[in-house]
Design a protein around this ligand. Structure first.
Ligand SMILES: Nc1ncnc2c1ncn2[C@@H]1O[C@H](COP(=O)(O)OP(=O)(O)OP(=O)(O)O)[C@@H](O)[C@H]1O
Ligand SMILES: [Mg+2]
Length: 252
């Protein structure tokens, strides 16, 4: 589904005389369709950068990010023109960051319904029902459905954010610490929703603030430390071996 090879990203800080910051270096992994890869490693090692390069918030400095899209088949997200990336994002890729990008004067229910209506061909009633179910499961009290999320607590905003990202069942879902400000009960519900989504075929790449959480949902983990990426997999040893072999023989 997605094959990342030798992905690196650097930034030039013009305000500091052109100083170079290496945000991530030589990251390689692959995620099969329906797989769930966790990214782990110390703070600042480049985990969020990897997700942003895949979503193309950042343009990779080198390396390839091959993605098997429905619309165009295999494409390299590190080299694809912006227009095509936006198209793929709209149809197939979801991204949950730690914070909700609040849309002014749009109610919580509408925030969750909007991607369902624009991406899935369902009636307004079906979209509304799906949104209500998700918000209820995520314990957003019904009197907040018509309210604007701008005034919600951090945890409430994060739950609306998750509901919005999963509501339309993207083919690839990128998760950057989606449960960072949630209590244990809410974390449990989020994990349950992610497992269901996965059972329905969504491929996921996620960063979690807690290793126990990460290993409870991910079936393989790419650990980045000192800029070395080590992929461990519980899916099959072949996956790990092929990943290591690819790194040893990058030409293949
Ligand atoms: N837009 C940017 N401009 C300059 N430097 C950046 C930018 N984005 C990321 N970096 C740098 O790249 C490095 C990696 O950042 P990143 O956010 O990917 O780390 P992380 O592993 O997600 O850390 P954390 O676990 O704390 O979230 C950091 O040193 C950061 O300062
Ligand atoms: Mg991060």
């Amino acid at each position: 589904m997605i094959i990342v090879e030798n992905l690196s990203k650097s930034f030039t800080l013009h305000t500091l005389g052109g100083k170079q910051i290496r945000a991530c270096r030589d990251i390689s992994f692959r995620v099969p369709p329906g797989g769930f890869l966790g990214l782990s490693g110390p703070s600042g090692v480049g985990k969020s950068t990897v997700l942003k390069c895949i979503y193309r918030t950042y343009l990779a400095s080198s390396g390839t990010i091959r993605f098997n899209s429905t619309a165009c088949g295999w494409v390299d997200l590190a080299a694809l023109p912006d227009r095509a990336v936006i198209d793929i994002r709209d149809r197939e890729m979801g991204y949950v960051s730690q914070f909700l990008k609040v849309i002014p004067r749009v109610s919580a229910l509408e925030v969750v319904m909007e991607p369902i209506l624009s991406r899935n061909s369902v009636s307004r009633d079906t979209a509304r029902q799906r949104a209500v179910d998700l918000l209820e499961r995520l314990r957003i009290s019904s009197h907040l459905f018509d309210a604007y999320p701008a005034t919600f607590s951090g945890g409430e905003q994060q739950r609306v954010n998750i509901a919005r990202a999963v509501s339309w069942k993207p083919r690839l879902l990128l998760l950057d610490e989606p449960t960072a400000s949630l209590d244990q009960n809410s974390i449990g519900v989020v994990l349950e929703i992610l497992r269901e989504l996965r059972d329905e075929g969504t491929t996921m790449i996620g960063i979690f603030h807690d290793t126990t959480l990460l290993t409870s949902v991910a079936d393989s983990v790419c650990h980045i430390d000192n800029f070395d990426a080590l992929v461990k997999s519980r899916i099959s040893d072949d996956f790990v071996k092929s990943s290591q072999a690819r790194r040893a023989n990058p030409e293949e």
